[in-house]
Design a protein around this ligand. Structure first.
Ligand code: BEZ
Length: 235
């Protein structure tokens, strides 16, 4: 329906459930991935250049995401046979930026009815009525949406940034901290703001060499790459 208003999922919402046909068999989402982080992402169309560059990049980084306990799940409003043919072409023919023979082994959902894309707000008519935008949903092991990024059709995603988002979310959960602008593992993290006058005074008089206070409301502490890598898993 043209004027149908569909509420888009938001950060903090449970990921909408669906069953789907994928290049790796049928899935129940997000239930099949319980206990894992999920990156659910849409692309506009198979056999298009930006999407091809993205799939090759994402597939090449798949082991890095597996090491983070994160499952990749792709979606476009193409059919299964188009997906299969495109992924075969990528593997057999495309060489891009040193990547070749790239096997896409994460599931790619067929969504010719657009039901799932609509459920997740991936069809944005101002951009296209017939193609999903480049959406990325970061879903935690309990099935809650923790971050969402949207890109237009013309803009290929930065997959190092998607990896950084997963690591930052996991670090925030494990250590109860926030991450400042442009944070990367090994950089200082932000500790919670003092919530009383006494705590604010203590912060400013703090002599802990691991803690730096720029003012009472803005304090950081050291967190090593090793601590980030070995972050305790929050259930
Ligand atoms: C692409 O992936 O190259 C693309 C897809 C849809 C519109 C524009 C570009």
């Amino acid at each position: 329906m043209e004027n149908e208003i569909i509420a888009m999922p938001r950060i903090g919402d449970k990921a909408p459930e669906f069953e789907a046909i994928t290049t790796q068999g049928n899935i129940n989402f997000p239930g099949d991935y319980s206990g894992k982080w999920i990156i659910l992402f849409s692309h506009p169309a198979d056999f298009t250049p930006v999407c091809t560059s993205e799939f090759m990049t994402f597939a090449s980084m798949q082991n890095e995401f597996i090491a983070l306990n994160a499952q990749l799940v792709g979606l476009s409003i193409d059919g299964l046979y188009s997906h299969i043919a495109w992924l075969r072409t990528i593997k057999e023919k495309i060489v891009f930026k040193g990547m070749k023979n790239v096997d896409v082994t994460f599931p790619l959902i067929e969504d010719i009815t657009m039901d799932i894309a609509r459920k997740y707000g991936m069809i944005q008519p101002g951009e296209s009525n017939t193609k999903a935008v480049r959406a990325v949903f970061f879903i935690d092991p309990a099935g809650t949406i923790r971050a969402i990024i949207y890109y237009p059709l013309s803009l290929g995603r930065n997959f190092d940034e998607l990896k950084r988002v997963i690591i930052a979310l996991q670090t925030a959960d494990a250590y109860g901290v926030s991450t400042p602008a442009n944070w990367n593992p090994g950089d200082d993290v932000i500790v919670s703001t003092a919530s009383s006058c006494g705590a604010a005074k203590d912060r400013m008089e703090n002599k802990d060499e691991n803690v730096t206070c720029y003012d009472w409301f803005f304090c950081t502490k050291k967190l090593s790459v090793e601590q980030v890598k070995n972050a305790p898993v929050k259930k």
